[in-house]
Design a binder for this molecule. Structure first.
Ligand SMILES: [Zn+2]
Length: 104
């Protein structure tokens, strides 16, 4: 089970956006990467392919390594370590290792 899911609010732990928080908009599970809204913007120069297209600079979020972000616990209001528990019925839940609160 992945410790980070889409729509999680995460805090960036490393890199140029260290300390910022944002919402996970994409999880790239097989590469252990996430894309976080507004974080790790990369500027790209767009080429004009056709006459009616606009060239210029496009800003797009780049992927971050999952190890460089931490999920925010709503109860602690802190970036926290996530634990995974298996319930008796076999379903898995995530919880905050600090306060033990379940994280949806
Ligand atoms: Zn907590």
């Amino acid at each position: 089970m992945l410790r980070i899911k889409k729509n999680d609010i995460v805090k960036v732990l490393a890199g140029k956006d260290k300390g910022k928080t944002g919402k996970v908009i994409t999880v790239i599970a097989d590469k252990n990467r996430v894309i976080v809204q507004g974080i790790n913007f990369n500027k790209k120069h767009a080429k004009k392919r056709r006459q009616d297209q606009q060239g210029g600079i496009i800003q797009k979020e780049g992927p971050l390594d999952m190890s460089n972000v931490a999920v925010m616990c709503k109860k602690c209001n802190l970036a926290t370590k996530i634990g995974v528990d298996i319930l008796q019925d076999g379903s898995k839940i995530r919880f905050c290792k600090k306060c033990k609160e379940t994280i949806e």
